[in-house]
Structure formats: C-alpha cells, structure tokens
Write a protein that binds this ligand. Structure first.
Ligand code: GSY
Length: 163
C-alpha cells in the first residue's frame, strides 16, 4: 500500500543545483515512485564535519509503495549516479540523499533509522520539509538561522521524458 515518504537532498560540491535537479528527475523516473511535491531550494550553512562550503538543500515528497530499505537503496543509487565519493566523513559531497520519513513507519537498524534521527534539529531539513508538509513543521519566528531560500521549486520532468 502506498504512502507518502519524504527524502532530503543536499549538495555542496560541483554544480549543486544540477545535482539536485538530476536527483529529482531520476526519482520521478524510478519505478514505484511518484513525485508529489518538491520544496524550494535553500542555501544552508554546513552543519557538522570539516570546514566546507554551503549546501543547497531541498526535500522531495514521493508517493511510493517501496519499503524504507528499498528507498535507502534508491538513495544510494542516486548518490552513486552523482559520482559521489566518500572521501571524508561528513565532508563535502556532490549529493546526499536522506530517507527522512516513510508514512508512519519506523525502522531502527544500524544503517537505517526512520524517521531520520536528526530530522527535527536540522534547519536545513525543516525549512524545505515545511514547504511540502506544512502540518508537520512549525516555523520559528524569524526562520531558521543559516538557512536562506534561494530558488523556487525545481520542475519535475514527466516519467519517460528525456532529462
Ligand atoms: O545530512 C545531509 C548532509 N549534510 C548537510 C546538508 O545537507 N546541509 C547542511 N547545511 N549541512 C549538512 N551537514 C551534512 S552531514
């Protein structure tokens, strides 16, 4: 049975906007996944890790019957497609895809925790999540520090349309 899942996208290496757009297009083309909403694009100060450049972040809402584990596999495929190389833990990356929420399902496994355990403390997730799921997130007065809306939601290509 399908339900809505939320995936967080982040990039701070190379053509950041292009990495997010390609990930969204590939999500839209993935079997078993329908993109139902995409947030605006936010430029965000890096949280954690070494000194590194700012991220672009977005959240995508998908209607899917894929299990959380299958969504994680898809997330890793999107990261590999962006030629992400894991050089430095929490360091700069072409693309990061996090499984944030999958309906009301919970998972607690070593490599997969759903809902994402740091979701509610990260402005770079909460600001875009609020765009696509306003009932889930209250906005603090003045917004989230270090989080700037920089672009309207990217367009989503129809399945089968060349990207
Ligand atoms: O967990 C996502 C990767 N990531 C990010 C991110 O996407 N945005 C910001 N602003 N900081 C981050 N630190 C990590 S790790």
């Amino acid at each position: 049975m399908s339900r809505v899942a939320y995936l967080g996208l982040g990039s701070n290496l190379g053509n950041r906007a292009a990495h997010l757009q390609r990930a969204i297009d590939r999500l839209a083309a993935a079997p078993g996944v329908t993109v139902v909403a995409v947030s605006a694009i936010y430029e965000t100060d890096p949280v954690g890790g070494p000194e590194q450049g700012p991220f672009l972040n977005a959240v995508v809402a998908v209607d899917t019957d894929l299990a959380p584990r299958a969504l994680l596999t898809l997330a890793h495929e999107l990261e590999a497609d962006a030629q992400r190389v894991r050089v430095e833990h929490w360091g700069p990356r072409t693309l990061d895809v996090d499984v944030l929420i999958v309906g009301d399902e919970t998972v607690a496994e070593p490599d997969l925790v759903v809902p994402h355990p740091r979701l509610w403390e990260r402005g770079f997730v909460l600001a875009p999540l609020r765009d696509v799921a306003p009932a889930l997130v209250d906005a603090p007065a003045g917004g989230w520090p270090g989080v700037r809306r920089v672009a309207d939601p990217p367009t989503v290509s129809s399945p089968g349309e060349p990207s």
